[in-house]
Design a binder for this molecule. Structure first.
Ligand code: ADP
Length: 301
């Protein structure tokens, strides 16, 4: 009945990474390592993570008519993501310019490019995609007005999952549509306007009071906390213990897995337990999309 288990509305970026001994001061030039280019962006990460797990996933995004856009389309298609919703042109593909120093610290400049040109009109024109999806997920690397349009026009019965990253205060009608709102500690504080309280349980209750039907707070190695506004239950979900190599993109893999399993009818705590195993698997390998596990790799843990 549904063509897609998960429709992701979000960003697609090329991550351009150079290793440096130290960062240049103003006016200075430093030499770095060879350039490596990786497909990324929270939207593209989520749709690819879901597809790798076996979900029928689709991406609604905008890339430039350029080599980075083709890299993103190719990597999505190779993983089995439906890219009929990926719009091409209007601006260069979004990029993240990343320098990494020997201690592993990153400095990042993001050029949103085509991501900033994914408009509410583009959402209105994609009605057929929304009607064919069980679950829609979004993040905030595209304009907030575009995410707001998604939340306002979602067909009845389609579940909406939002990870407000990078975080911003959210309109009431966006908050009310979230089931769940997925945040880490930093995002929780921004959405709450800084009055987070002492424990993740406090933050979850405060977030629920803003209107979402449910809330999931990711807690890194400690796993996650789920809070369901319908039942009033608040519960911790542990993450498997793993040797963390690189946590880049773990939150995106977690959210994609959660959204997919909720669409299959799992309860919030059950879906979050699966998502925590996916997030834990993703931190055991370098990179974002390169680190995402298949369903077999998750069940082997
Ligand atoms: P974000 O990157 O958005 O801040 P987190 O760091 O909380 O998100 O990671 C998302 C999920 O990935 C966690 O809820 C957890 O399940 C898993 N995870 C992240 N870091 C680790 C870790 N060091 N060990 C085990 N699991 C982890």
């Amino acid at each position: 009945m549904y063509d897609y288990d998960l429709l992701v509305v979000g960003s697609a970026n090329a991550d351009l990474v150079i290793g440096v001994e130290r960062r240049p001061a103003p006016g200075e030039t430093v030499l770095g390592s060879d350039l490596s280019v990786h497909p990324g962006g929270k939207g593209a990460n989520q749709s690819l993570a879901a597809a790798r797990l076996g979900a029928r996933s689709a991406l609604l995004a905008r890339v430039g008519d350029d080599a980075h856009g083709r890299l993103l389309l190719d990597s999505q298609r190779a993983a089995g993501v439906d890219t009929t919703g990926v719009l091409v042109g209007g601006a260069p593909t979004g990029i993240a310019l990343i320098t990494v120093d020997p201690s592993g610290d990153n400095s990042i400049v993001v050029s949103p490019g085509a991501n900033a040109r994914l408009t509410p009109d583009d959402i209105r024109a994609a009605g057929a995609l929304f009607a064919a999806a069980r679950v829609v997920s979004a993040q905030l690397e595209i304009p907030l007005e575009t995410v707001t349009e998604v939340a306002r026009t979602l067909p009845a019965g389609v579940r909406f999952v939002l990870n407000p990253s990078p975080p911003a205060p959210l309109p009431d009608d966006v908050l009310a549509a979230c089931d769940p709102l997925v945040v880490n500690e930093h995002e929780a504080a921004v959405v709450l306007g800084g009055t987070a309280g002492d424990s993740p349980e406090d933050w979850a209750r405060a977030l629920l009071a803003l209107g979402p039907r449910s809330v999931v707070i990711t807690l890194g190695a400690a796993g996650a906390l789920v809070a369901d506004g319908r039942t009033g239950t608040v519960a911790r979900v542990p993450s498997p213990r793993v040797e963390a190599v690189d946590t880049t993109g773990a939150g995106d893999a977690f959210t994609a897995a959660l959204a997919w399993r909720l669409g299959l009818g799992e309860e919030l705590a059950e879906a979050a337990a699966f998502a925590a195993r996916v997030g834990a698997a993703a931190v055991t390998k370098a990179g974002a999309q390169e680190s995402y596990p298949t369903a077999d790799e998750v069940s082997a843990r």
